[in-house]
Design a protein around this ligand. Structure first.
Ligand code: CIZ
Ligand code: SF4
Length: 364
């Protein structure tokens, strides 16, 4: 990276000292990660932010929904800053509150939501209750909706526990916004059939589902996906197995079902990092996750053969919007006494979202 920018970022960070805490997501560029006080996945970073109540400014090098979660979990005095406001997440953007409320109203009209969750008191609703579950990769609005309706947030490492908890409370789960994490967890970890899952498409009337399909379903999956992980195909897996005999295929659960099914292992980014740390020298690994992370893993494990699962380049374009110039700008603004690009979640939404996040933290 540009030596002048490196020097400016170093100087600005030194001038701010303990007043600033810089968080770097695993999918961030190297030029940004070098300035992170801590790196992690979205969940770990939110926890880390909450563990530093003394830091006045949290500079979040990641995407918008992650900065929102950090704002929800930190004290009201702390300010969360996203160096580029255009760093969104295409998956999170696929579930908008109004669309989700429309779907929920349909479930209410159908009588498949219990009164405890806001549904109408109807006899047929008894034992036929929908529990809303949202992946961490969703807006604060969606987490708030889930909290209001006694549901739970999950990450890719605790999705199975979140589903188990939910099915102890209802007969159906409404899973937002990543259809792949929902389907993969239900089918591969809970033993459900593919037929137990239906796909609710917010762009079709009634979600594109009949009343009967909704009554019969156990998992109602929102039609959302990650534009990065969704690009890996069964052909990518077949091709790498042919090219590298004995290769271990390790993918993120945001990948399509057939890809996860064909892989040797599936896990969150934190899981992937640990699996490589534990892997024997000389072993070969094809990794199905974001390219910045895979490139760093390859550098960190020169004794192992670490490669990207698909040979077409696959950065997360919104993660990559946070670059060194944006980080330098944000830090220098703070030094100058201004607060750039602050991310705030309104109190009502934050309170409800915290209910759903606390429920996740309390999962057995
Ligand atoms: O795909 C992502 O953006 C992931 C894995 C986020 C996270 O850290 O949970
Ligand atoms: Fe969103 Fe996918 Fe990018 Fe993660 S990798 S921030 S889920 S688009």
């Amino acid at each position: 990276s540009d030596p002048d920018l490196v020097a400016r970022a170093t100087a600005a960070k030194a001038a701010l000292g303990d007043r600033v805490f810089v968080l770097g997501h695993h999918y961030q560029r190297d030029e940004v990660i070098q300035f992170a006080d801590v790196t992690g996945d979205s969940f770990r970073l939110a926890q880390q932010a909450a563990a530093r109540p003394d830091a006045e400014f949290i500079v979040f090098c990641g995407v918008h929904f992650m900065a929102e979660s950090a704002d929800i979990l930190t004290t009201p005095d702390q300010k969360v800053i996203l160096p580029d406001l255009a760093a969104g997440c295409s998956m999170a953007d696929m579930a908008v509150l109004g669309q989700v409320e429309t779907a929920w109203e349909r479930f209410e009209d159908l009588g498949i939501i219990a009164p405890t969750r806001g549904g109408k008191p109807q006899n047929e609703s008894i034992g036929n209750d929908v529990v809303p579950v949202t992946y961490m990769n969703s807006s604060a609005d969606i987490k708030g909706f889930v909290g209001r309706n006694n549901g739970v947030v999950c990450t890719s490492s605790n999705a199975k526990r979140a589903l188990t908890w939910s099915f102890e409370r209802g007969s159906k789960v409404f899973f937002l916004p990543d259809q792949h994490l929902g389907r993969n967890t239900a089918v591969l970890e809970m033993g459900f059939d593919l037929d137990d899952c239906v796909l609710y498409d917010p762009h079709k009337p009634g979600g594109g589902l009949t009343d009967q399909q909704l009554r019969d379903a156990r998992m109602i999956l929102w039609r959302g996906h990650c534009s990065v992980h969704g690009r890996f195909t069964l052909d990518s897996v077949r091709e790498v197995r042919e090219r590298v005999p004995g290769v271990n295929v390790l993918v993120h659960p945001e990948c399509r079902h057939e890809v996860v099914n064909a892989a040797d292992q599936v896990g969150s980014t934190e899981y992937i990092i640990k699996a490589l740390d534990a892997a024997p020298a000389g072993s070969a690994w094809a990794i199905g996750t974001e390219l910045n992370l895979v490139r760093r893993l390859a550098l960190a494990h020169p004794d192992k053969q670490v490669m990207f699962l698909d040979r077409t380049v696959c950065y997360c374009s919104t993660m990559n919007r946070i670059d060194l110039p944006h980080l330098v700008w944000a830090l220098e603004e703070l030094v100058a006494g201004r607060v750039p690009n602050q991310i705030t979640v309104d109190e009502d939404t934050a309170r409800n979202a915290r209910v759903a996040l606390d429920q996740m933290l309390a999962l057995p």
